[in-house]
Write a protein that binds this ligand. Structure first.
Ligand SMILES: [Zn+2]
Length: 418
């Protein structure tokens, strides 16, 4: 479809200081020595003292980043030319994207963006070459590295777009003609056909008791429509959001900041739940929060098991995820080589071994914590890092960051305990 011979592949190189080079000794640290899917309840760490707003500042990129003020909002439906960066990850509106770039051509493109509307397009590798739907990213902070050959920036995912035509398919310099996609919003399902005389009794169905009240009124509304009320309720953004938030209560209790509005919530869930790349692309394709939320509920109903992408050794489960970043249990971070890791934080993992090198605070994504590389016990695939507090007052003392690309979900579903 898109005839591009070259693409930007700064993320294609996996080799970095994380990969445990052959010959280095490793330590087995998993609590569970068997390979069976042991599912004991592990207590959630309490009395956390870590400031969860810190990781979202990406302070490891260094101090004194130039701050850009204001915000660019592109009109829905407009056609425009947008420089594209191709990533292995999927960027959703609302998501923070930190980047370290060494490629001079890309640095030029980004400097140009900063002079204009600060916006570039972010698309994923896909079939045949790149995915047609992407997200605009707005740069809000940047800094030139020492030696002028590196560039650090932080950008925010803003609006979805569709690629219509590639204008310049040059090496590393792809310009595309795109259409900014509107987000379709629908009001409550009974907005047009309702008994107006009952309006004074209506409540917003955000809490359990309000849901019951509202349902009684909707049952009356439905009398003048062709379908029973429960059919309409499946398309009610407020009710879908409430259901999702009930499933995510375990994160809110642990300090996660789950958005309340249906659109923000639908993108937040897409960013934070561990689903595979194609499922995420599918969620980005939807034009409406209702469809996104309906699909996401299916992913959240059961507790999921995550295994090593290579050998299927059990690594973690969904209910052991917890947020160490105000933005959610998943954070997008960049390492000194410019490799982006979408990192999910767990308070418990198993089936992993640690590299024997001593913990390092260098470039730590979680200020106050030192990291040690963790690999799969069975196949030695790099799975993430163990983070250990360097200050004895810091809680949790230990947690795990697992990189999304090392995990896949296993089709063993465990019904959640209510
Ligand atoms: Zn493995």
């Amino acid at each position: 479809m898109f005839n591009i011979n070259y693409f930007i592949d700064e993320e294609m190189e996996y080799g970095s200081e994380e990969s445990d080079s052959a010959g280095r000794r490793i330590r087995d640290v998993s609590d569970d020595s068997s390979d069976s899917f042991s599912l004991d309840e592990i207590p959630v760490p309490i009395n956390n003292t870590f400031d969860v707003t810190l990781p979202a500042t990406h302070s490891y990129l260094g101090p004194n980043l130039e701050e850009l003020r204001g915000r660019t909002i592109l009109d829905d439906g407009i056609y425009m030319n947008l420089p594209l960066l191709i990533k292995q990850t999927v960027l959703f509106p609302g998501q923070t994207l930190p980047m370290t770039i060494f490629n001079l051509q890309i640095i030029d493109i980004l400097k140009n963006c900063i002079k204009n509307d600060r916006t570039f397009g972010c698309v994923s590798y896909g079939s045949p070459v790149i995915h047609q739907i992407g997200t605009t990213a707005e740069i809000y902070e940047y800094r030139e590295g020492s030696g002028r050959n590196s560039f650090h920036l932080k950008a925010k995912g803003r609006q979805r777009f569709k690629i219509l035509r590639i204008v310049t398919p040059e090496h590393n310099k792809i310009l595309a003609n795109v259409k900014v996609l509107p987000e379709i919003t629908l009001g409550p399902p009974f907005l047009d056909q309702r008994l107006a005389s009952l309006d004074h009794l209506r409540v917003y169905p955000d809490l359990e008791k309000n849901v019951k009240k509202q349902e009684r009124i909707e049952n009356l509304d439905a009398v003048i429509t062709p379908w029973p009320a429960w059919v309409y309720r499946q398309y009610d953004p407020a009710r879908l959001s409430m259901k999702i938030r009930q499933h995510l209560q375990f994160l809110e209790i642990r300090g996660g900041n789950v958005p309340k509005d249906p659109i923000g919530l639908s993108f937040w869930v897409a960013e934070n739940i561990l689903i595979n790349h194609n499922e995420r692309l599918e969620l980005l394709r939807y034009d409406c929060a209702i469809t996104r939320l309906q699909r996401e509920i299916k992913y959240l109903i059961e507790d999921k098991i995550y295994v090593c992408v290579q050998c299927e050794t059990l690594i973690g489960r969904q209910s052991h995820m917890f947020p160490m970043n105000r933005e959610g249990p998943q954070g997008t971070y960049v390492n000194p080589e410019g490799v982006i890791h979408e990192t999910i934080t767990f308070y418990h993992v198993q089936g992993v071994a640690l590299s024997s090198s001593s913990p390092s605070t260098n470039y730590s994504w979680f200020p106050g914590y030192a990291w040690t590389v963790a690999i799969c016990k069975r196949c030695s695939q790099h799975v993430g890092w163990k983070f250990t507090a360097t200050d004895s007052n810091l809680r949790p003392k230990v947690f795990w960051g697992v990189t999304r690309r090392s995990l896949k979900d296993k089709d063993i579903r465990i019904k959640k305990k209510d």
